[in-house]
Design a protein around this ligand. Sequence first.
Ligand code: HEM
Length: 474
Amino acid sequence: MTEIDIREAARLAQQRVMHSDVPIPRDRRRDVTRPPGPSQVRALRGFSAPGAAPGFMVEVERTYPAMAHLRLLGEHVYVLTDPQAIVDVFVTHGRQTMKGRALQGAKVVLGNGLLTSEGDVHLRNRRLVQPAFHRDRIAAYAIDMVSLTAAHEATWRDGETVDMQQDMAALTLAIVGRTLFGADLRGDAREVGKEMEAILSGVGARLLLGPTVLRIPTPARRRALEASARMDVMVQRIIDEHRAMGDNGDMLSMLLAAQEEGMGLDDAQVRDEAMTLVMAGHETTAMTLTWTWMLLSQHPERAAWLHEELDRELGGRPPSMADFANLPRTRAVIAEAIRLYPPAWLQGRRTLADLDVAGWLIPEGALVLASQFAMHRSTRWWETPLAFRPQRWIDGSGEFSEDAPGQPRGAWFPFGWGNRRCIGEQFAWTEATLVMATLAQRWQPELMPDADVQPMPAVTLRTRDGMPMTLRRR
Ligand code: HEM
């Protein structure tokens, strides 16, 4: 790509970032008392040392069991560690907040799509996209999910070593590609995967810097901008093809057909939504499945507990949506993996008003953080929190229940909250359950004995060096 193209890509990205629907307030107050918290040096180290941030959040949760205040990049940051305080900010006062720095920064790639837009634009986006996640649509996607998993399984070879992180990402990308763009994305899946990787590794860790990310001319920035520009071209081509084809029942057709007050979405808006759904929808589920495989490999007795259910309920046949209710152990295994390794491990907001929370005043313009990673591992709310015990999700009548462990609301929020709750939650549960139920019937991948698996917080909680596993037939 030439220098001119990069400049153009940077200009486009800058435009996306700067397009803000609400003014961004800053907390510069001097007249408020702030709760105690870690020093500025400790906070900077906690967030910037590679891989350190989830552990730092755990440390803050243990040391400050309600709320901590710290300074970071010139901002006042409140870390919430009390479940009720988390509910107060993210649910009760959800509409008096906007997304935090990382998602503001993510506009570089995602523009003004559902994940990153604010206020009325977000409300309109949500209404437009919602029908694509209706129960009936998910049931239709379930058929694609199972058939794509079966096709993927056909590429697995007994005894072969794979990077499970990449392997699962290829599968979930194919699934999101098929449901979002129709069958024609299969050929592009690998390419999209590569571009995503470049974008994530290029801007991922720097997202906390917000829009500043674009002004630091690093090789990673260049890679991310190039990849983003190539994705733009690809998404535009797919949009043009869809226009020519007419409605073929996938999400993109729905977006193109969407009308509001007689106005359809323009191509830039469709591009932002499509990009958002691919980004938000594939990596999260891929990581859920990857961590689940790792945990099952490390706990053969839990794997046997799962296999007993799959053999009994499915007896070797492919699962379907109708089996969902009869697979409580499969769902429990996934829930437990999400608890220990939540793909969305940290959530941030900026306050749009002064908020009264847990006896403290959080001023307008402050940043608020809540970490799924820390809250899901807290000894205050979970029995033996570091143990992989999927049984904790099975209630007295043998059903899967998200309430079964007895944790308070606010200590379990893998899909976020309120008006910004994950729109793909049911999609993700369906996908992860059906993929696991299909593959774990016949396969028991083993983590390589010398694998050094280090959680690495990027946009999602990934691993530093992949997840090397040997495929083993059961
Ligand atoms: C295990 C899988 C997943 C996890 C853990 C997850 C987690 C989350 C979380 C925590 C949020 C809220 C972010 C915030 O408030 O700042 C979110 C939002 C979102 N997710 Fe997911 N997600 C998953 C799968 C999916 C899938 C499969 C899709 C789409 C196909 C999707 C699309 C979205 C979108 C569009 C939003 C923005 C919603 C809005 O702001 O209105 N997610 N997700």
